[in-house]
Design a binder for this molecule. Sequence first.
Ligand code: HEM
Length: 449
Amino acid sequence: MSVDVTETVALELDDIQSGALHERPTPYVGTYLLLRIDDRAAGAELVRRLHGIVDSGRTSADPAYGAWITAAFTYRGFEALGVPQKSLDSFAPEFRQGMAARAAEIGDVGESSPANWEQPLGTGDVHVAVAALSSSQEGLEAAAEQAQQARAELSGVELIWRQDCYQLPTGRTSFGFKDGIGQPAVEGSGLPPTNPQERPLKAGEIVLGYPDETGELPPMPMPDLLGRNGTYVVFRKLHTKVAAYRQYLRAKAASREAEAFLGAKMVGRWQSGAPLAVAPEVDDPELGADPLRNNDFLYGDDPRGLKCPVGSHARRANPRDAFDADGSVDVRLHRMIRRGTSYGPMLPEGVLEDDGADRGIIFVFAGTHLKRQFEFVKTQWLNDGIFIGAPNEKDPMVGRNDGTGTFTIPQRPIRRRLQELPPFVVTRGGEYFFAPGLRALRWLAELDT
Ligand code: HEM
């Protein structure tokens, strides 16, 4: 009997933490707690308690379930728990270095450099992250209380940071755009693809212990028990300069409609979420709100970017089939799961003056390859223009622009070029984490005994 190798792989959903594979509810409220472990035995007890409350990929799929909790560790956190050196050495080099040490590499310079980050991000004090999420405030409070209880009376574990976040019912974040739409489907997750024109990704791109798109098992931390069913997590607090962004559009556009159009060209989607690839001329809010249609597109019929600029944020971040012609880049090796969310109050619509409030995105990535997924997209696709034939252009919305940047909007008869792009996003800090599977959590809890 021949074996169909394209057959969906069986994922150990009971062992995988919920965050990577399952969509969060809309709307939701959440909180991130960061902890420092000062005492190894207290750390082990913390992990033992967390093991009892984190949710697996199976429970979070249940819509009746009110809240869920996930937990992840930095390299320093694993050190503090007493993970043996041989095992520590087996993690991805970028994870071992930590995000702050990767700052120059990934473009966190100037205002975004670790010297300006919010403490304790990037200091080495961050050992454990616990995220609690719920579709209701009561659910969140209950989950956050459970998470807080996990460290109750543990004198060797300190709560060092807390960040609340939320997702609006519209799914829109601070610049006004619906976010979180473009996600890869993952084989074996049980969730249908949102883009029927794309094959689901091999599970090993998102969860360790399964073959990835290369057909190989991705490098896995040792022992197997610690690595299997784990995933790397990128956590970034990104401040958004919403007033500056609105002022820029106002200065470049002759009308409110023209502002919305320019904004859409920069993102690749209208604020409603409708993709330019499908709705190139006017917004189509019904399309934007329809999960069965708002990610169902490719770019192959628009090689010059007349509908969706090749330099727009979403097209840079996932060029889909745009590279198929010469096959020089395999887009499927650079996909990621994103679990972004908002923090801080929204700037009321129409306001162009900065009110001084801190607002933005908590960007969360999940995947098995920090370097070829998150870091590659950040450096090669968002902060560089070589791959689209515009070496001097960066992502117009989230790229590291400095007031001299440009953004090309292909159109007939002549293209338009926006000049003097300022930075609209500043990194407030971040960390690379590893979210182990549930059996691995138990292994970590028993390390010290
Ligand atoms: C404050 C910073 C950011 C903002 C406001 C932002 C906003 C958006 C918006 C509005 C979309 C379109 C809606 C969607 O498809 O979900 C999008 C898509 C996307 N963004 Fe970002 N983003 C930010 C940073 C980043 C970063 C740092 C990365 C990766 C390193 C990234 C990767 C992506 C990806 C992969 C997509 C989906 C593209 C697709 O599949 O079509 N974003 N983002």
